[in-house]
Write a protein that binds this ligand. Structure first.
Ligand code: TGC
Ligand code: FAD
Length: 391
């Protein structure tokens, strides 16, 4: 006998694990996404262009930029609330969550954690409001998974710094008002705040992407970029500086990727209910139900892990290895769910009429950035055995 269908998250009772405030934040972000982002996202993806500045303003008004940071115009929410916001944004598109991740968890976090009081006051309130956009330049053409191999150099000239090098694959690069650039100095890796328009600093957008098209991705070129002494972030020295920022953004992805998966699964369930094959609804076939049940299990298990990690983060018990568990699991399973949902939609699954192939394509980037699947596997392997196998 047919019963009233249950949402996959209701089957798991996910809401029972959230406070009223967390549910309110989630619902507010979801409503804004449905109202102002979802109607345009397929077009932005197809055109490979987003109204980045307008979006930053909207997201600033919503209060999600640097929302888990305290002070300087930031909302100061829990990690769980931040994760839920990432989930709802990525349910629309990974590129939109990327904009928020890079702004709040990478660029703003770097300033918030390692910046001087003056740097924080100058940049953070404007960035929280979305009036200034930030980017985070760690990766280079020949140094991605191994950022320790970076070639960008910072040399002292008098009290100034002079930067030379190239950063690659930088989200928000050409639209940013300030770039957080990591460079090798005499005493180790250091972070620098490079305002847009600084002589010698240029950007080139990366075209022809078939993934994360609703996101700006750029090359940053630094040719004898002269910066004052106070452009350096005083609190970061060594690779632990940029890697510390990655922990923040990776946590957002643990939750965010599940949003893309949820959107795919909701679409597949609705499609299977409407689509008739062999004179019956597709949803009524056992093979379809097996797919839906298996995907629901992985999505729900992923959510339980993500919420557990969020609670650990909020109680100060998160570690990089624990975040690797979440990033590896969420992205791997989200990608598998997106691909499986694509099969449920048949030929319709390959068009932008439905969000599924867009999510699947985006998740290929999400699998690669913020530590590839292989890097996170090796982090876990190293934690289990005590033997690092990166090199
Ligand atoms: P290793 O020798 O292990 O460590 C060097 C120093 O860093 C410390 N450390 C960390 N600190 C904080 N958080 C972490 N997760 C850390 N991992 C390591 C470590 O304790 C050490 O500190 P110290 O004080 O002893 O010097 O470093 P390694 O060279 O062997 O590399 C380790 C490895 C491979 C895990 C690391 O390099 C890595 O994570 N590689 C992946 C690079 C990556 O994720 N890049 C992302 C770029 S940003 C981006 O993709 C943005 S995408 C847009 C979006 O988010 O939407
Ligand atoms: P490589 O490091 O060359 O890796 C190639 C392959 O080799 C991968 O499969 C990798 O897992 C594997 N591999 C590497 N090392 C090992 C090993 N030890 N053992 C086994 N396999 C290994 N970077 C930023 O700094 N800022 C940004 O804002 C940013 N945004 C991005 C946006 C997009 C859309 C994309 C696609 C990337 C972005 N990145 C950004 C870069 C991203 O972080 C890197 O692409 C990523 O770290 C991997 O580096 P790579 O592409 O150079 O691959």
């Amino acid at each position: 006998m047919a019963t009233r269908p249950l949402h996959p998250f209701d089957l798991f009772g996910i809401d029972t694990l959230l406070s009223e405030e967390e549910r309110d934040i989630r619902d507010t972000v979801r409503a804004m996404g449905d109202r102002e982002l979802r109607p345009h996202i397929a077009e932005w993806f197809e055109q490979g262009a987003i109204p980045a500045r307008e979006l930053a303003h909207k997201l600033g008004e919503l209060g999600v930029l640097g929302m888990h940071l305290q002070g300087y115009g930031c909302t100061g929410t829990s990690a769980v609330s931040y994760g839920l916001a990432c989930l709802e944004l990525e349910a629309v598109d990974s590129g939109l969550r990327s904009l928020v991740s890079v702004q709040g968890s990478l660029a703003m976090y770097a300033i918030w954690k390692y910046g001087s009081e003056e740097q924080k006051r100058q940049w953070l309130p404007e960035m929280a409001a979305g009036r200034f956009i930030g980017c985070f330049g760690l990766t280079e053409p020949d140094a991605g998974s191994d950022p320790g191999a970076m070639r960008t150099q910072a040399k002292r000239q008098g009290s100034d710094w002079v930067l030379n090098g190239t950063k690659m694959w930088i989200t928000n690069g050409s639209v940013a008002d300030v770039a957080v650039v990591w460079a090798r100095a005499d005493d180790g890796v250091r972070g620098f705040l490079v305002p847009a328009g600084t002589p010698g600093f240029t950007t080139n957008d990366i075209k022809h992407k078939v993934s994360l098209r609703a996101s700006v991705t750029s090359e940053l070129v630094l040719e004898d970029v002269r910066l004052p002494a106070d452009a350096m972030l005083p609190g970061a020295r060594g690779l632990s500086g940029p890697l510390g920022c990655l922990n923040e953004a990776r946590f957002g992805i643990v939750c965010g990727a599940l949003g893309a998966a949820r959107d795919c699964l909701e679409t597949a369930i609705a499609y299977a209910a409407d689509r008739t094959v062999f004179n019956r609804p597709l949803a009524g076939f056992q093979l379809t139900q097996q797919k839906l049940a298996d995907m629901t299990l992985e999505l729900g298990k992923g959510m339980l892990l993500a919420l557990h990690l969020g609670r650990l983060k909020d109680s100060g018990q998160i570690t990089p290895e624990r975040i690797s568990l979440g990033k590896l699991n969420s992205v791997r399973e989200a990608l598998e769910i997106a691909r499986q949902c694509r099969t449920v939609l048949g030929a319709n699954g390959i068009t932008l009429e439905y969000p599924v192939i867009r999510h699947a394509n985006n998740l290929e980037s999400v699998l690669t950035y913020e530590g590839t699947g292989e890097v996170h596997t090796l982090v876990i392997g190293s934690a289990l055995t005590g033997v690092p196998a990166f090199r």
